[in-house]
Design a protein around this ligand. Structure first.
Ligand code: NAD
Length: 473
């Protein structure tokens, strides 16, 4: 479903309407709420880049810093031929609320460049990425303490590496240059676990939500994801990892939607095989199951959990009445339009909102930023000392009991944590704590739904931060 320009400005309207609905339930002054809702700065840039034949192409891009209540601002960079300023601002606002929900010390931001990343050569993408970075540097819209980008739709580790390298080249006398961007390759001061962080966070958030027996009973579902059926839209970074971790937790993938067609098979789809097939052939056609030329129809097939993990505006008033899932898990930003949500809620469908569910990426980006600022990996100072403590404890137990473990058992128990263990456990804790806070607000304050509760918690936290700072001058 390709989106028109009005659909893209509807995204900003949706985010604003969701904000207003929750803000009306708080007691904060109207002026303060207005400040929290407003986008603080937007930088629009047009710059020349040479294409592969040496011709000059003018490229348009934006960086929106939605909130400066905490610095640096944080948010991904999107490459898409259809991106607009409104879309960028909507995404930046979501970043502010997301960071507040998972308790990160960042304001929200988002960047975008209007190119089709999949259609252009690696050389052109590199020139665009480096020039866009240079434009951001010129206006102080990037830097470890001001604004730190990350990957989003159409970008990944490679683009983040080019950004880091460009920044380092231009700011060679700064000590923390690698902290100017996250989502970098591990070989370039990235952190293990960032690549899968958003998808893993989506899976953890769904599991957290589905562990509540009473909430699941209202949906007519048993608790837990095991045995539940899942439809995924978008097989990129977020969708593929979310599917992988849900499959690992015992869920069954029954539907996949991608550009060019979708697949539905109630008997179950092997995600690994489907991903391999899609990457080899550029299409899901030819796999076992029912192939649908229009991928949007896959969203309407029966399942327990529908995961839109592609783009905003995928569930509208037009298709919402036909959605059969019991839970919609918003892995993408803004997949459910404001007007469509009430149709879903009336039909008893639970929506796990984007501003909570896809916060795993920015959470692990925070760990990467901390690592870059401290210039040391999380395991370096801990692994041996943890091994030593566990070895001493086991020695004492063995001395007291006179019984001894097998060498391999001992090695497994005493092994110290690796950096990936720090990342995965801290991410799991973050997703659990954040879910508790929005679920508690939902129930204790009798808020109408989980999204309103998430906005309510975010608004409360950002307002309190502004109140603590006071207003300058
Ligand atoms: P990606 O570019 O890696 O993958 C997106 C996939 O969606 C692509 O394979 C694309 O072909 C597919 N797609 C696009 N339109 C589609 C449609 N109409 N139907 C079916 N498939 C379609 O992007 P991503 O990084 O996985 O981001 C996906 C969503 O998740 C975006 O909304 C993004 O803002 C959000 N998000 C991403 C991150 C991150 O860390 N990458 C973090 C938080 C939120």
């Amino acid at each position: 479903m390709e989106k028109s320009a009005p659909a893209r400005s509807r995204f900003l309207e949706s985010v604003g309407a969701y904000f207003d609905r929750a803000a009306d339930l708080t007691n904060f002054p109207a002026g303060l709420l207005d400040q929290v809702k407003s986008c603080n700065s937007v930088y629009r840039v047009k710059f020349p880049v040479k294409d592969d034949s040496g011709n000059i192409v003018v490229v348009e891009g934006w960086r929106a810093q939605h909130s400066h209540h905490r610095l640096p601002c944080k948010g991904g960079i999107r490459f898409s031929p259809h991106v607009t300023q409104e879309e960028t601002v909507a995404l930046a606002a979501l970043m502010t609320y997301k960071c507040a929900i998972v308790g990160l010390p960042f304001g929200g931001a988002k960047g975008s460049v209007k190119i089709d990343a999949r259609a252009c050569s690696p050389g052109f993408r590199e020139r665009v990425t480096r020039r866009y970075t240079a434009e951001l540097i010129k206006k102080n819209f990037i830097g470890p303490s001001v604004d730190v980008p990350a990957p989003d739709y159409g970008t990944g580790e490679q683009e983040m590496a080019w950004i880091a390298d460009t920044y380092r080249a231009m700011k060679f006398n700064e000590p923390d240059t690698y902290a100017c961007v996250t989502g970098k390759p591990v070989d370039l001061h990235g952190i293990p676990g960032r690549r899968e962080a958003t998808g893993l966070g989506v899976s953890l958030g769904i599991q957290e939500c589905m562990s509540r027996r009473e909430d699941m009973a209202e949906l007519g579902l048993s608790p837990g994801v095991e045995g539940k059926t899942v439809i995924l839209q978008g097989l990129g970074n977020v969708g593929s990892y979310a599917g992988h971790f849900l499959e690992k937790a015992g869920a069954r993938i029954v539907g996949l939607a991608e550009l060019g067609g979708g697949l539905y098979d109630p008997a179950g789809i092997d995600l690994r095989r489907a991903l391999h097939h899609f990457r080899e052939n550029g299409s899901l056609a030819g796999m076992a199951g029912q192939f649908h030329e229009n991928p949007a129809t896959i969203l309407e097939q029966p399942c327990d959990i529908l995961i839109p993990a592609a783009l905003e505006g995928q569930i509208t008033t037009e298709n919402a009445p036909r959605i059969q899932a019991r839970i919609i898990a918003e892995a993408a930003n803004g997949p459910v339009e404001y007007d469509a949500e009430s149709i879903l809620l009336e039909r008893g469908i639970l929506v796990i909102p984007d501003l909570y569910l896809n916060a795993g990426g920015v959470t692990v980006s925070y760990f990467e930023w901390l690592k870059n600022l401290s210039h040391v990996s999380f395991d370096r100072m801990n692994t041996r000392i943890s091994e030593l403590a566990k070895t001493q404890l086991l020695d004492a137990v063995e001395n007291l009991t006179g019984r001894h473990l097998e060498a391999d058992q001992r090695a497994r128990i005493t092994a110290g944590p690796k950096e990936i263990d720090f990342v995965h456990t801290a991410l799991a804790e973050t997703m659990a704590v954040a879910y508790h806070s929005i679920h508690d607000a939902w129930k204790a304050r009798d808020l109408p739904d989980l999204r309103t509760a998430a906005y309510y918690v975010a608004i409360e936290r950002v307002c309190r931060s502004y109140q603590a700072h006071g207003i300058f001058p």
